[in-house]
Design a protein around this ligand. Structure first.
Ligand SMILES: Nc1ccn([C@@H]2O[C@H](COP(=O)(O)OP(=O)(O)OP(=O)(O)O)[C@@H](O)[C@H]2O)c(=O)n1
Ligand SMILES: C[C@](O)(CO)[C@H](O)COP(=O)(O)O
Length: 416
């Protein structure tokens, strides 16, 4: 039995509920974006991709049921994001867990539709800048024709068909081609039936309309929009961020508000207790003769605080979500390993480091004599200036009793 044979996971609160349901599939991992977290949860211009994707859905003329499909470990976060985007329409929003493929995620979404829904729109969260007008256009065309509807754009490049050795066979007439986007609209029952096909056919379909057309139903192409491009690579994310910032600036000019910045600030704190054996690693340096810090890794509180500050600034989670706090691969790993990986991830997400400032709190080691050395090492690792201040707490608290150290870091990053 497939997911769509099962009874709807969500009860229809009223038979007069919305006739249109919008599935927003957001359960992909975003491998090609390389941000290290699922693409829908990456931050663009201060909000997640998912929040940007949901905003136009909740601006639709008529009420719709909205089903958001997310990875299993993101349900709570998606509910928070969804409620924020939905405002007063929050009771029309459902978050469900997706699958390993886009098709299985669509199936999970279909299973959560209210019985009253007659027309279903399937939309990629990755097409986060799709305007509300595109949704309206697709809904109107589906209502007018009763057909499947896909938005698409004429193809602007010359298209060649090549053989298995990349030898050009022919130039394809592009006048009849459309680069197809989402949301795609379908009569609900016919779409559900169209998804009841063999696994290999399901896996081969790159959009929902392909399955729907295979089942013998007509599909109409309507006008798409440039803004509905799919955020797939870091370059796409940068383009989306730029467009969002420009859009916000336009709105701010209209209302006379301050412009949105591409600069982001982040904070990170790390605390480690002193251990008895070994050598101290701190701020990217080895400190022979000083008591080491305890930890699953090398206990470099300064490096770890910087990692958290960088990831928090870029909206990429934190050191625990990136590396796992007890992953055996990182047992004893140096702070440098974490810093290099975090900076790589930052760059992949289109950010550069503007600067990092660290406050170290502890009695030992005496930091001032090696401050310049540590700042040099850490600045090279993060590709931006790092400054470190050190202080004690006048014998107060655990650092004052000499039991360990605390490091607090702030980071400024810029999306470029
Ligand atoms: N198992 C999956 C795979 C994809 N999607 C969604 O389908 C849309 C289109 O997929 P794509 O942009 O290719 O996303 P990813 O699969 O996340 O990207 P990649 O192939 O780079 O990993 C996205 O909104 C994505 O979240 C999904 O819900 N469940
Ligand atoms: C559904 C879709 O957005 C239509 O263009 C697209 O096919 C999904 O993206 P993918 O890269 O093929 O997963």
């Amino acid at each position: 039995m497939t997911a769509i044979d099962e009874p709807g996971a969500v009860a229809d609160p009223s038979l007069d509920g919305p006739a249109v349901g919008v599935l927003v599939v957001a359960a992909g991992s975003g491998t090609r974006l390389g941000a290290g977290i699922p693409k829908a949860f990456v931050s663009l211009a201060g909000s997640t991709v998912l929040e940007h994707a949901l905003a136009p859905v909740f601006r639709l003329r008529d009420a719709v049921q909205v089903v958001v499909v997310v990875p299993v470990d993101r349900v709570g976060e998606a509910e928070t994001i969804g409620r924020r985007a939905a405002g007063k329409a929050a009771d029309h929003l459902h978050v469900v867990v997706g699958g390993d493929t886009r098709q299985s995620s669509v199936l999970a979404g279909l299973a959560a539709l209210w019985p009253g829904v007659r027309t279903v729109l399937v939309h990629d969260a990755a097409r986060a800048l799709t305007p509300t007008e595109q949704f309206e256009r697709v809904i109107d065309a589906a209502a007018r024709t009763g057909w499947g509807v896909v938005p698409g754009l004429p193809v602007t490049d010359t298209i060649k068909r090549v053989d298995a050795s990349d030898l050009v066979e022919e130039t394809v007439d592009r006048a009849a081609l459309r680069a197809v986007q989402t949301p795609q609209a379908f009569p609900r029952d016919a779409l559900v039936a169209a998804f009841r096909v063999a696994e290999d056919r399901l896996a081969a379909a790159t959009d929902d309309a392909a399955l729907y057309a295979d089942a013998g139903h007509p599909v109409l192409a309507v006008e798409g929009s440039e803004a509905a491009f799919k955020i797939t690579t870091p370059w796409d994310a940068q383009r989306a961020e730029r467009l969002l910032v420009e859009r916000d600036r336009g709105r701010e000019r209209e209302v006379g508000a301050r412009p949105t910045s591409t600069i982001r600030t982040g904070i990170g704190i790390d605390v480690h207790a002193f251990a008895d054996d070994g050598e101290l690693s701190l701020a990217g340096l080895s400190w022979p003769g000083e008591r080491p810090l305890a930890g699953h890794s090398d206990g470099d509180a300064v490096a770890h605080a910087i990692v958290d500050a960088l990831l928090s600034a870029a909206g990429l989670g934190d050191i625990g979500s990136m590396f796992g706090t007890d992953d055996p691969r990182f047992a004893g790993a140096s702070g440098e390993v974490f810093l290099r990986a975090a900076v790589e991830r930052l760059h992949a997400a289109g950010f550069v480091v503007v600067n990092v400032a660290v406050q170290l709190v502890g009695n030992r080691p005496r930091f001032a004599p090696r401050r310049t050395e540590a700042e040099g090492v850490l600045s090279a690792l993060v590709h931006g200036p790092v400054s470190i201040a050190a202080t004690t707490t006048d014998a107060l608290g655990f650092t004052g009793r000499g039991e360990g150290v605390t490091a607090i870091a702030t980071a400024l990053v810029e999306r470029c």
